[in-house]
Design a protein around this ligand. Sequence first.
Ligand code: TYM
Length: 339
Amino acid sequence: MRIVSGIQPTGSLHLGNYLGAIRNWVRMQDEVAASGGESLYFLADLHALSQPHDPAQLTANTREMVAALLACGIDPAKSVLFNQAQVPAHVELQWLLNGTARFGWLSRMTQFKDKAGKNRDGVSAALFTYPVLQAADVLLYQTTHVPVGDDQKQHLELARDIAQKFNNDFAHEDAPVFTLPEPIIPPEAARIMSLRDGAAKMSKSDPSDMSRINLTDDADTIMQKIKKAKTDPAPLPSDKAGLEGRAEAANLVGIYAAMAGTSVDTVLAQFGGEGFGKFKPALGELLTETLAPINARFVELRADRAALDAVLRDGGARARELAAPTLAAAYSALGLLRG
Ligand code: TYM
């Protein structure tokens, strides 16, 4: 097994990232290490260039995000942890894959359509070609599995399409250049929604901080955000079917279930018939209890910049080694002379 996944260092780590992806990264690093495989986790700092950004802020966010990942339990002794910019092979492979990715495939990416909106002429070219860099991130390492939230599924399908076409066009049937990666999406927390709007996903880019729980929020802030979370006036139903058409209620119950490591039906067996006046404080407490130790570790780790930079430097060196054979195979398959 070879696990690879990434996160953009463009804001703080929130509950959607944690439940949708990072918690799985931590679980899988142990499984993979035990079975002799390898896991690589990275900060997608190159992806951050696809949107307007402030360079000093990007550097600060990159350090904050690595501290947050370490606080969540990513262990550099078990996983290769780095930022993309340390491994130029990501950018090189993106260019090589740009010849294979089709314009029409990229035009259909829903994240591009959402982020570009009506201003297609004004967005960066990087926003459009971003999914090819994401394909390179994964294909560079012969990745077998990619733990992500549901919103990354389409990007992963594109990576498979690119790999398949490249193998067909340029590799011998018995010696494919790329492995086709499988997404791993947690069923109970595939898409955590905003606390202010049950139709929008929880996101780093939402202008309202009340829409998300950051892993760096203190106990009072968490409780405040949960109490103010949008809901409806009806009591909680006693089974999952009763949450139909109640997006905000379904989201809060889903968060509770994911945090407690149980099912939505089990949560409703306990809280069915109760109002949010009882459920919200219970959810706030569960979140506070689980996140407090992560928060404390984060504050400690964040203070030691030199140690954070050393983690990224060491991870970068290891990632460069792991990336080299596939990059060389891709150059060679395309008939490009080197050396
Ligand atoms: P990013 O930084 O938006 O999110 C990081 C991870 O968190 C998951 N996630 C969520 N899961 C559930 N509910 C939510 N509300 C929620 N919000 C975010 C995302 O699915 C993701 O797994 N393009 C990627 C980063 C990336 C990448 C890669 C991922 C770059 N290269 C290669 C995997 C493989 C992104 O912007 O994720």
